[in-house]
Design a protein around this ligand. Structure first.
Ligand code: 6GU
Length: 241
């Protein structure tokens, strides 16, 4: 899978893309992730990437020219080939105005060959970028970040962990899909007694059927308490978490 990231803060991506399973998958060649500095594509002596909003108001708006230039030139398309670009590449604007991300969207994106992620600044990006360059807008939740960079990392991690060969342990994916519509059950490890706080008896009983039933009930109870809108029952609405 190839992912191209467009940002005015490329350094933010260095460590997260170097460490852990993500870094390993990149070094193995399973993932090809390229981070582009939008400022490199800005014209003029000041390489200006933003400007005041037409109509007034606070903050600055990201100018269209450097973003169009960054995406088209880095991917080898002309400005007369935006249609082809958008057919071949999923071009996503990260913005709190975007469609809300969920596991279903993550799974859909994991099946794609090539994704481009544009990190907006929260005050906004010229709407013509969204209209004529992007295929999608995405928000990672109902709260505001100052820029799309950390949201892009959330997208990268959630999507790429579903790409075959990225997770060390592909079984944990099978387990996730078993949890069908519920939040995960609680986990415990040694010691069985920590400062007098004991692990639930059933988990050390060796009765696998009883463990299975306890986990399902614990997942339902937790889901009902923390996320009642998910249903808290089997086949309940919402995403597979
Ligand atoms: Cl994708 N960007 C920003 N700036 N804020 C967000 C977001 C994205 N998703 C939630 N909040």
């Amino acid at each position: 899978m190839r992912i191209d990231v467009y940002t005015i803060f490329p350094d933010i991506f260095e460590m997260p893309l170097r460490e852990g399973l993500l870094g390993k998958a990149i070094r193995k060649g399973i993932l090809d992730i390229r981070v582009h500095d939008v400022r490199d594509y800005a014209e003029g002596r000041h390489r200006q990437v933003d400007d005041a909003p037409f109509g007034g108001g606070p903050g600055m708006v990201m100018k269209p020219e450097p973003v169009f230039a960054a995406v088209t030139r880095s991917l080898g398309y002309g400005m007369d080939e935006l249609g082809e670009l958008r057919e071949r590449v999923r071009v996503v604007m990260l913005t709190p105005r975007g469609e809300r991300m969920n596991q279903a969207k993550v799974e859909e994106m994991a099946a794609l060959e090539h994704i481009a992620l544009i990190c907006g600044r929260y005050e906004g990006v010229d709407e013509r970028v969204i209209e004529h360059l992007c295929t999608d807008t995405l928000s990672i939740g109902d709260y505001v970040l100052s820029g799309g960079e950390f949201a892009a990392l959330v997208v990268i991690e959630s999507v790429t962990r579903l790409v075959p060969g990225v997770l060390g342990n592909e079984e944990s994916l099978v387990c996730e899909s078993f949890s069908g519509g519920l939040l995960e059950y609680p986990q415990y490890t040694r010691p069985a007694d920590y400062l007098g706080w004991k692990v639930p008896e059933v988990l050390v009983s060796g009765d696998h059927g009883a463990v299975e039933r306890w986990r399902r009930e614990a997942a339902k109870a937790w889901t009902m308490k923390k996320r009642p809108e998910l249903g808290g029952r089997e086949g309940g609405g919402g995403d597979v978490l």
